[in-house]
Design a protein around this ligand. Structure first.
Ligand code: PMP
Length: 359
């Protein structure tokens, strides 16, 4: 006699949908240009591919759970003590670790909206409550965010540059904001796109974190370093904060190939910087061409741009799909388009030029 079994899940799972990654579109003639996930358009450098192949020989063994060589290499590259660094499975994994460390029922996690899609999902899973403060003219409204802090606020994400708008907050606004955050509340400066920033008013979060024990800098190897498929992110924080966060590390979640590739990438900075420069130059070209053609684009400091298409979001995204150009729709607000190779960008520009409506 078998009875139907209905597994019981946490009620929070009813309140959100699983993360939806950027899609890959294919045109009827088989062309495909993926501009939906802010990835690097380049394959890994030869030195990084070699490190990957060498590390592959040892995958019968578990990785170094402490990621010592990687943490030392990050510390050296960024001029910080190794005890201030923690790594995780992508910076999204590090964000989850941070929430594991501070979130509980009744805790509030504050961030701007619209911003990185994973924040609401991770917060809901953590059991804490999201407090979203609307962007103002597509930029973080730090004044309103400071006003939204309560005694229950345990962590604040500031995404700089912001995904998906590409906009930034400058040094003065950010320091004024940080001065208003209580010492027992963490502020995570999510700098996934830091390497693409050319606006000199934007501070390096690593400098802001000096002398501010509650500030955590979040970075990734997925964008400028071009290792999105390997899933490595890291944070730099006060040693005691880093030590607490490391306790939440899912054992072995940064695998040995990822560790070796990240170490090799840190040894190839000059070549990677040249690639980032090429993307920044393409960003200028694409934004200039779109503006000349009548589009309004908020100033972007990331490897993507934002089109505030409102209720035309899905229509424009479908138009891009039909030409094999994958972009990322965020209905009902707009569409985010990554800066890719010159060929990919040209394919996107051709679709945008032919589209009859501008924003
Ligand atoms: N933060 C921001 C702002 C992002 O846009 C992304 C990726 N889209 C991440 C974090 C996560 O990147 P990853 O997990 O690949 O390091």
């Amino acid at each position: 006699m078998s009875e139907a079994i209905t597994p019981r899940f946490r009620s929070v799972l009813d309140r959100f949908a699983a993360y939806k990654p950027g899609k890959v579109a294919l045109s009827p003639d088989g062309r495909s240009f993926k501009l939906s996930s802010n990835e690097s358009p380049h394959e890994p450098l030869p030195s990084v591919q070699k490190a990957i192949m060498e590390a592959a020989r040892d995958v019968n063994r578990y990785p170094d759970n402490s990621a010592t060589a990687l943490i030392d290499a990050i510390a050296e590259r960024y001029g910080v003590a190794a005890e201030r660094v923690a790594v995780g499975c992508g910076s999204v994994g590090v964000a989850q670790m941070l929430l594991e460390a501070v979130a509980e029922e009744g805790a509030e996690i504050l961030y701007a909206w619209r911003s990185f899609e994973a924040y609401p999902l991770l917060v809901a899973l953590s059991g804490a409550t999201s407090v979203q403060v609307p962007l103002r003219d597509e930029v973080h409204d730090l004044e309103a965010m400071a006003a939204a802090i309560t005694p229950r606020t345990r962590l604040i994400f500031v995404c700089n540059p912001n995904n998906p708008t590409g906009t930034v907050v400058g040094r003065d606004a950010l320091t004024t904001f940080l001065d208003r955050v209580p010492a027992d509340c963490l502020v995570v400066l999510d700098e996934a796109y830091r390497e693409y920033v050319r606006d000199e008013s934007v501070p390096d979060a690593l400098d802001l974190a000096e002398g501010r024990p509650n500030v955590v800098v979040l970075r990734t190897f997925s964008k400028a370093y071009g290792l999105a498929g390997l899933r490595i992110g890291f944070l730099v924080a006060h040693p005691e904060v880093a030590a607490a966060i490391r306790k939440t590390y899912l054992p072995f979640s940064v695998n040995s190939i990822a560790q070796a590739a990240a170490v090799a990438s840190l040894g190839a900075t000059d070549e990677l910087v040249a690639r980032v420069e090429a993307t920044v130059a393409e960003r200028t070209r694409v934004v200039d061409e779109l503006r000349k053609d009548g589009w309004t684009i908020p100033p972007t400091q990331a490897n993507f741009l934002w089109l505030a298409l409102g209720d035309r979001t899905q229509e424009f995204s479908a138009t891009c799909d039909a030409s094999g150009v994958s972009v990322r729709p965020f209905a009902p607000d707009g569409v985010r388009v990554s800066i890719g190779s010159p060929e990919e960008n040209d394919a996107f520009l051709a679709v945008a030029r032919a589209y009859p409506h501008r924003v």
